[in-house]
Design a protein around this ligand. Structure first.
Ligand code: MCN
Length: 777
């Protein structure tokens, strides 16, 4: 069996030897470089743009303002109009009347080299009239706030509600009510590879090839064709190797459209590669949500109702799925708990900031954070151990339809909690904590838990339709035996670090009974795999991997018919094991599937009427989401004199169903934890009042490295998903979803005896120190 084995990643040899090709490595004849002139103001009227000096500069091929290209450019698509009342102002690749955030593109320069384009961009003269900016969601909703989009007359983008059960009654009857306020700090995704795009026009054929660092070559293919009115079949989108995305490359970006439009206009290939600090402004951000959560509970700590108010920043414009991001968590503010009454209200708000959109976890880290921190607050209120509150409230029967209306197919929440506590040696950690408190130790210890449930694997299409999402959630797969017995696999997923070449090979190898090395994966090129729904929302395995499983089964069914014909037996008398068909009861009478493949393509001796060849395709649309769950536990040490906070231990017990590749799963969990810990302790995008991004580089935006993190203790429980035949659930976001709450619960726990009850992320030394001073009065 290849499934379940820590097969080494097929991807790594190319990455480690530098042979893997990214967009920046690509050059095509006649290529020009594009540089985008960006607004230095958070909010400013554009009184005029003069590109004359830039046009006259050495090596410059062309320069345009937003107004110059008004007839060429189309509004960028937003595919998730979440509510009837949503305001969807147009978002052009270059601003025309106003710049609405620092980084908003206002002009573009094309030159013979990257450096010349960059130099010339500085010669573009823009006459700005600076306007008051608003960067905070609550301020943006206040009377008289500067309007990001004047024509709307409001900064409100939408309101969205979800209510079930007798919420008011539950609160009226509650023995205790806990009310907490949290802020989800704004995050900058920071994929290792910045964004890049190269467009080559092939004028004779009227075709265009687009290479982009994207997670979504297929969606990009459809939306570029749709928005620009190009025949989709004349457009080829390729996502070559992509160096991470974490959601930030799940978008149709201004630069992608600009490069295509300008390649068409100039008849020359156009290339653009983002710089890191440019990416801090021009690539989407994540989070930026104000949360209020109230729990109603009995005196014993049974949670009877949850009420949530979210105010979520959209940024200055709606990117591809901006409005839907807070709602991806909207069903999950009850956590793993059997809450019967549920009320959630979300307001989306425009501010003069970089647009937000999907960032690893997208909506679900926010939900997990709120409920898990509130559960700890409830435990503190009742003087109970947070472990006990969790145990008391866990959903234990599956399938479980939760108050918000979705059905969790399987899980075992107590098992993950028990396992995490055992690995942690919870009682011992609590004893050490008590010792330090008794001694008045300068370094106090805190332990925090996060028991999470996550909805991922985005599909089923019908539910997505009910959520007003603009696309389906299916995935395509083709499994093809070549005549010599190796297998080509085509997937509509678009990996950018997740190791699909390896795990997809494992799935197909097992199914077909061939070696992992016999399987080759093709992906990320619409000329090779024309249709797919790509990679995000930890959907690839639970949707795309399962599509492969079904395609492989169709191949086996056809091979069986050929084998039965050639062995002159009935199909039902054939067994298929380890890549070989044989007659039941006579294991010597048989034929290998690779031999069948050759026969299928020579077509010399096939059953009457059978098509030659051995390949099959499948489009899979799952009946439910995928529901990973688990328990993460963090131990922190806080220096009560300086506020310095160190994560000293981290235990993760995840239930991702059946595991295809444990090493890849561990890697996914590790990366996810690192990003979640970063939100809790280090990272925060900060704007000043004028809308300047104060944390505009890695000097001020603190991306942690391995040096800041302890060795993670990673383990698993396994309740297979009954929703799909592989029994798998997603893992790509679990770590990011679980960890911020675990870490922040630990930080508050370390200081709770001093009177600290809440702390904002990131828990920087200054913030922690101030909280201690305030608590001490
Ligand atoms: N896997 C497995 N067994 C399971 C679950 C998953 O072996 N039970 C394997 C899969 O086969 C796949 C990998 O783990 O090789 C991740 O699978 P999945 O959970 O389906 O997630 P996706 O492949 O759809 O990846 C998307 C997810 C998301 S949403 C973000 S954000 C994220 C993440 O993946 N961005 C990443 N992980 C990332 N990893 C890297 N290196 N770079 C990113 O940008």
């Amino acid at each position: 069996m290849a499934i379940g084995q820590a097969v080494l990643r097929k991807e790594d040899a190319g990455l480690l030897t530098g042979q893997t090709r990214f967009v920046d490595d690509l050059t095509v004849p006649g290529m020009v470089w594009m540089a985008v002139v960006r607004s230095p103001y958070g909010h400013a009227r554009i009184r005029g743009v003069d590109v004359a000096r830039a046009r006259a500069a050495r090596g410059v091929v062309a320069a345009f303002s937003g107004a110059d290209l008004a007839d060429d450019l189309a509004a960028l698509p937003c595919a998730w109009p979440v509510s009837e009342d949503i305001n969807m102002p147009p978002h052009f690749p270059l601003a025309r009347d106003k710049a609405r955030y620092a980084g908003d593109g206002v002009a573009v320069v094309l030159a013979e080299s990257r450096a010349l384009a960059k130099d010339a961009a500085e010669l573009v003269e823009v006459d700005y009239e600076p306007l008051p900016a608003v960067t905070d969601v609550e301020a943006a909703l206040a009377e008289g706030a500067p309007l990001v989009h004047d024509e709307l007359g409001t900064n409100r983008c939408y309101t969205w509600s979800l209510s079930a059960g007798e919420v008011d009654q539950a609160f009226a009857q509650a023995a205790v009510v806990v009310k907490e306020s949290y802020y989800q700090n704004r995050l900058i995704p920071n994929a290792i590879e910045p964004r890049a795009v190269l467009v080559q026009p092939l004028p004779a054929q009227g075709e265009y090839t687009v290479w982009s660092t994207t997670q979504i070559p297929h969606i990009l293919h459809t939306l570029l064709a749709l928005t620009l009115g190009l025949p989709q079949a004349k457009l080829r989108v390729i996502a070559p190797a992509v160096g991470g995305g974490f959601g930030s490359k799940l978008d149709v970006y201004a630069e992608e459209q600009l490069a295509l439009v300008l390649a068409r206009k100039l008849g020359r290939a156009v290339k653009w590669v983002e710089e890191r600090s440019e990416g801090y402004l021009a690539t989407i951000h994540g989070r930026d949500v104000v949360q209020e959560i109230e729990l109603a509970a009995t005196a014993e700590g049974e949670i009877t109702a949850v009420r949530v108010r979210l105010t979520a920043a959209m940024g200055a414009y709606l990117q591809l799925v901006t409005p839907g991001i807070p709602l991806l968590g909207a069903w999950l503010y009850g956590g793993c708990y059997g809450v019967q009454a549920y009320d959630l209200h979300c307001t989306g708000v425009f501010t003069n900031t970089t647009p937000t959109d999907a960032y690893r976890g997208a909506g679900r880290p926010e939900a997990t954070y709120a409920i898990e921190r509130a559960v700890d607050a409830l435990a503190r209120r009742l003087g109970k151990d947070p472990v006990d509150i969790r145990r008391r409230n866990f959903i234990r029967e599956f399938p479980a339809t939760i108050a918000s209306g979705l059905t969790i197919d399987a899980g075992d929440f107590p098992a993950a909690l028990d396992r995490a506590l055992a690995i942690l040696d919870y009682d011992q950690v609590r004893r050490e904590q008590a010792d330090r408190r008794r001694r008045g130790d300068r370094r106090q210890l805190g332990v925090g838990l996060s028991t999470y449930i996550e909805m991922c694997g985005l599909a089923p299409s019908r539910i997505l339709a009910a959520l007003r999402y603009g696309a389906g959630g299916w995935e395509t797969a083709t499994v093809r035996f070549l005549p010599t017995g190796t297998v080509q696999v085509l997937t509509g997923t678009s990996p950018h670090g997740q190791g699909h070449a390896t795990t997809w090979s494992q799935i197909v190898a097992d199914r077909l009974g061939v070696a992992v090395e016999d399987v080759e994966l093709l992906h990320g090129d619409t000329a090779v795999v024309p249709l797919g729904m790509d990679t995000y929302g930890s959907r690839s395995l639970a949707v795309g991997g399962v599509a492969l499983y079904h395609a492989a089964d169709k191949v086996i069914a056809k091979a069986r018919a050929i084998a039965a014909h050639q062995l002159e037996v009935a199909e039902q008398d054939l067994e298929f094991q380890a890549g070989r068909f044989f007659v039941r009861g006579s294991p010597d009478r048989g034929v290998g599937i690779k031999d069948v493949a050759l026969q299928a393509w020579t077509a010399h001796n096939l059953p009457d009427g059978m098509e030659p060849g051995l390949e099959a395709s499948h489009v899979y649309d799952p009946p439910n989401f995928s529901w990973p769950s688990g328990c993460h536990a963090a131990v922190v040490e806080v220096d009560t004199e300086t506020g310095d906070t160190r994560l000293v231990r981290y235990v993760a017990v995840d239930d991702v169903g059946r595991v295809i590749n444990p090493q890849i799963v561990d890697g996914q969990v590790h990366g996810g934890i690192a990003q979640g810990v970063a939100q809790a302790l280090y990272e925060e995008a900060v704007y000043d009042q004028d809308g300047n991004l104060v944390t505009g580089s890695m000097l001020t935006y603190l991306v942690p490295s391995a040096a800041e993190l302890p060795s993670f203790q990673v383990d698993r429980t396994e309740t297979p998903s009954p929703t799909n035949p592989l029994g798998v659930k997603g893992v790509g976001e679990t770590g990011t979803i679980a960890s911020p709450a675990a870490v922040m619960n630990a930080v508050v726990d370390a200081l709770s005896h001093l009177g600290v009850t809440n702390l904002a992320m990131p828990a920087t030394p200054e913030r922690v120190w101030r909280a201690i001073q305030e608590a001490r009065g």
